[in-house]
Design a protein around this ligand. Structure first.
Ligand SMILES: [Zn+2]
Length: 480
């Protein structure tokens, strides 16, 4: 948790452009967006930097481009644009979209590689193994089924070549210390323990940072060896600092280290071991890492074969960006392994948004219009509803706090029956007090909703802070 801060830097991973965006990408990006909006409201737009982007190099991309009959750059332009389009549709408020094929990124990666080599952190060695182009990695004998990669049903290539390696082993004791002291923050606790376990119990080998041009034709040239291309990690992970203009950029000086780097479980090792090692090698401070689990869709693992891969575009078409975000974030707590139940979406939409929030706004404003001539006569003040939860990245819990107030208010109306109080002149003060309390709650509900539903939040604020309060002409959330 970060309680007080004067800057906030948030990142999503850069997404690999071998495929189009799915709900897994959307989830990571939505939580980053909510957090960015929350901190902008606390410390100002200029003091928050929200980065996302696309990872565009590697053998898999070269292969996918070839299948599509395109040049790799044209292919990555196309897929990268799909990510930009869906984030625009989901109203994602990123400040910068990084592409690893950007010239500026490539230049800085080249400088970082030279620095690492000059410091003696890289060495040349034989790399041999079975390489699956589909996986874009070497795979072990044990992983093969009938001599083939089980994911791609292809016989892997036998590859022996000279590659450059990063001396990860030298950094592991320091990384362990940094995790234990909290200098390298990993959330949730279970993932932190998993990483400590990796360091303690298993051999975490040095990782290679280059490949021959033959095996990986599409990538950043290794500056001192024209036959080698940069392989994945230094290129991809450095994006978090190249986007800020490392080493001399104004934004880098202001925003690094990152306050929240979001990712899914599958890239845990690279972000909790490789990335801190690269940063330590560059003498840079360490970030805070937030890892969420995989989720299943209606109880099943998301897969192309099952045909249950959710396209965030379809969700946005059906429910709109803001409602989609609400439906996803309200289903499970950040960090947990969870199930997305699509069949619950329409039920939850009607219960929470139509009958819950929408109905409350309509009832309260209607009564203020009818009984108080649109004048509630109170001073609005912020009660910081949901702030503690959001500071701790407890997105679902922040929503639950808001919806507790909505439920409490709908009950208050049912029990106090303002329409009966309105018939009795002696009870006018009581009526005014209740409607005042309700409108103050609506004001705070709207403020608390801003990071999740900026447009609906503004609509409610406009209604409730108007000189003369009127019931909205059309419902805030129309029935499906
Ligand atoms: Zn494979």
């Amino acid at each position: 948790m970060k309680d007080k801060t004067n800057k906030f830097y948030i990142t999503t991973p850069i997404y690999y452009v071998n495929d189009k965006p799915h709900i897994g990408h959307a989830y990571t990006t939505i939580v980053a967006d909510v957090l960015a909006r929350f901190w902008r409201a606390q410390i100002g737009d200029k003091n928050v930097f929200f980065l996302t982007g696309t990872d565009e190099h590697g053998a898999k991309i070269a292969e996918a481009a070839q299948v599509a009959g395109m040049e790799p750059q044209a292919f990555t332009d196309k897929v990268s644009q799909k990510f930009k389009d869906v984030w625009s549709k989901m109203d994602i408020s990123y400040d910068y979209f990084l592409r690893t094929t950007d010239k500026d990124h490539g230049k800085i990666v080249t400088e970082i590689l030279k620095t690492l080599k000059a410091k003696g952190i890289l060495y040349e060695d034989d790399y041999q193994g079975l390489y699956c182009v589909g996986c874009e990695k070497f795979i072990t004998e044990g992983e093969l089924v009938d001599g083939k990669c089980p994911d791609h049903n292809k016989v892997p290539q036998k590859v022996v070549e000279k590659n450059w390696f990063f001396k990860l082993s030298e950094f592991l004791p320091k990384i362990k210390k940094a995790i234990q002291s909290g200098e390298l923050y990993i959330y949730p606790e279970s993932r932190k323990n998993e990483v400590l376990g990796l360091i303690d119990k298993q051999h975490v080998p040095d990782f290679s940072i280059s490949r021959s041009k033959k095996s990986v034709p599409w990538g950043i040239d290794l500056p001192w060896d024209e036959n080698q291309k940069t392989y994945v990690w230094v290129d991809a992970l450095s994006n978090y600092i190249t986007a800020l203009g490392y080493p001399k950029g104004k934004d880098f000086k202001k925003f690094w280290p990152a306050d929240a780097q979001f990712m899914a479980l599958d890239i845990l090792k690279f972000h909790t071991l490789y990335w801190p090692a690269i940063l330590m090698a560059l003498d840079l401070p360490l970030p805070r890492l937030y890892i969420h689990g995989f989720f299943t869709i209606d109880g099943k693992k998301m897969s192309k074969t099952l045909g249950n891969v959710i396209d965030p575009n379809e969700l946005a078409d059906k429910y709109g960006a803001e409602v989609s975000k609400y439906l996803i974030l309200s289903q499970f707590s950040f960090g947990q392994e969870s199930d997305i139940k699509l069949e619950d979406f329409p039920i939850k939409y009607n219960a929470d948004l139509v009958n819950g929030l929408g109905n409350l706004v309509s009832r309260v404003t209607n009564m203020i219009e009818l009984y108080l001539d649109g004048q509630v006569g109170i001073k609005f003040k912020s009660l910081n509803l949901g702030h503690e939860e959001l500071k701790q990245l407890r997105f679902r819990e922040a929503l639950l706090t808001i919806w507790q107030v909505i439920a409490k208010d709908n009950t208050l109306i049912d029990q106090s029956k303002p329409w009966e109080l309105a018939k009795d002149k002696n009870k006018h003060d009581q009526l005014k007090k209740i409607l005042g309390e309700l409108s103050l709650d609506l004001y705070n509900i709207a403020l608390a909703l801003e990071p999740f539903m900026p447009q609906k939040s503004k609509e409610i604020l406009d209604i409730i802070t108007a000189k003369k309060i009127k019931k909205p002409a059309s419902p805030l959330f129309p029935r499906l």
